[in-house]
Design a protein around this ligand. Structure first.
Ligand SMILES: [Zn+2]
Length: 222
């Protein structure tokens, strides 16, 4: 079980032992500037309402997502959040056009088991970083915790093979709390990886009930 004590201890450790780059091991940050430049940004729309930033097949991207999810490298979540913000949100508010629009980010919730062993939801770290950047630019943006939540524990999606299995696995997994706050707003679902899109469609389905103005989906990689 992951506890607050673990988290504080990790913070102390990261203070004593500074972050090391997951690419080259250099001390200083979770991803150094040189390795960062080696990742080619590939902002791409998967549909009219879904976009991703990186190709999951890039070894360093895969490694970074893995480290964020399984090795408690929270700093990488902040890196991805900042990268998504730069690529997708900066454009949106250029010229102040969409500045007044209220945007609600909903991170895809993690499995209880993963949450207990990891201590955080990685998608929430990404979303909260985007919010921080957006607020600094004057945006009306928030990422409420637990609005989108998991009502049913499912197998981790990586363990469900194939498009049909993945869709079945995630069916009815989510629900919404305080849904009225989504009415008429722009809702953006946030996740790390989109594979078949089953998770995003299931999340969309429960969000749609509350009649937001639009529902978009954004992920780090595909
Ligand atoms: Zn490096």
């Amino acid at each position: 079980m992951y506890t607050v004590v673990n988290m504080i201890w990790e913070d102390i450790l990261s203070f004593i032992f500074p972050e090391r780059c997951i690419g080259c091991g250099r001390e200083g940050s979770a991803l150094c500037a040189i390795c960062e430049r080696a990742i080619t940004t590939k902002a791409k729309a998967l549909s009219g309402t879904t976009a991703i930033l990186f190709d999951y097949q890039q070894p360093l991207v895969k490694k970074a997502i893995w480290a964020l999810k399984y090795h408690r490298r929270r700093a990488l979540g902040r890196y991805f959040g900042t990268a998504l913000y730069r690529e997708f949100f900066k454009q949106l508010i250029k010229g102040g056009k969409h500045l007044g629009e209220e945007i609600i980010l909903l991170p895809i919730p993690a499995n209880k088991k993963a949450l207990a062993s990891r201590g955080y939801n990685h998608a929430a770290i990404i979303a909260e970083t985007i919010v921080k950047c957006g607020k600094a630019d004057g945006m009306r943006i928030s990422a409420p915790r637990n609005v989108l939540y998991k009502k049913k524990e499912v197998l981790q999606q990586v363990k469900a093979r194939g498009r049909v299995k993945r869709a079945q696995n995630v069916a009815n997994a989510f629900d919404i709390r305080d849904g009225e706050k989504l009415f008429g707003k722009t809702v953006i679902l946030i996740d790390d990886v989109i594979t078949t899109g089953a998770t995003m469609s299931e999340a969309r389905r429960v969000v749609r009930v509350w009649k937001p103005k639009r529902i978009l989906a954004l992920a780090v990689a595909h």
